[in-house]
Write a protein that binds this ligand. Sequence first.
Ligand code: NAP
Ligand code: ZN
Length: 363
Amino acid sequence: MSEVQTKEINKKTVNTTQVKAFGAQASDADLKEMQIERREPTSDDVHIKITYCGVCHSDIHQVRNDWKNSVYPVVPGHEIVGEVTEVGQNVKNFKKGDLVGVGCMVDSCQTCDSCKNDLEQYCENGATLTYNSENKHLQDRHTYGGYSQSIVVNKEFVLKVPGNLDTKAVAPLLCAGITTFSPLNHWKIKKGDKVGVIGLGGLGHMGIKFAHAMGAHTVMITTSPEKAKDAKRLGADEVLISKDEEAMEEQAGSFDFLLNTVPVGHDLNPYVSLLKIDGTMVLVGALEPVEINGLGLIFGRKRIAGSAIGGIKETQEMLDFCGKHDIVSDIEMIDMKNINDAYKRVVDGDVKYRFVIDMASLS
Ligand code: NAP
Ligand code: ZN
């Protein structure tokens, strides 16, 4: 880190520090080392030295401008674990040396109905995402994520990490974990329910672990037969190969709940056929148009819903649940300089099941 600089921003004096980060300057550019500014902590802020950061498929979508809203440079990373190095005077829940996490949001209005109901991810005024959102503190800047040495976050968006878990493998819980825990929790999955998790990637492998821990009869629904053995190791009671029409037919009408993590728009009809009457499929992956035939929904009062990450309270509940049930992500550690190769491997489905960057490799 270099020395503190003072700037006039919004007619307020904001001190900033330069830190090392990795980011992309364009949708077709590799990620490279760069310097970014972090604000000096305000009285409500927590300053965190980042130790580990997970690599989510969303990081790649944002770098590649798949969602047509990227602002460059993009510094991704929203599965952050680190150590508190400094706190503002209003911060009572955290102190220097605490092990903490930061997920996909770093702020929200905290006054709208969604925020008051612990649903900051649906903030009516727009939550501040960890990267690629407007930066409320530094004018004309956008937020930069966790592929960096440190981050400064409002105290309401910092999470406590249970001390009994492998810290490296906790990082992916901050996005892949909460995104799969939240729909299972919201739809009250319990012992005896039959739950299918579609897509065995970063999110899907956490979905299997959570559904199993909640007592559901858990089925991995995958396009990749070679993943079957692993799916069982992760907690699946059964594996269903979605390309096998006969096997899909056999399981038709038998699922209470489906968690769909497929990362692109696709044909939902084969999965709708798997649902029981009144069954629900929740989409967390596809932002693009999906194909759906009304007939399959109408004759069975079936539901298709969506879900985005989870609120801060629920994210803490998820971390505490993981502490209690000894749940972490299956990870492969990488150095920061290998991030571009890691991206290729995520797109090729060649990771078991989350890359985590050792941030010491950036220093
Ligand atoms: P990932 O690691 O790439 O896993 C996706 C899995 O989906 C793949 O391993 C593959 O599993 C399956 N799949 C891929 N392409 C498919 C296709 N065309 N048809 C059917 N199955 C396919 O991705 P991830 O990190 O888990 O993220 C999944 C998606 O969730 C991404 O789009 C990400 O942006 C999104 N996301 C959403 C939220 C949210 O809040 N809603 C939060 C985080 C991430 P099999 O080989 O087993 O078939
Ligand atoms: Zn993510």
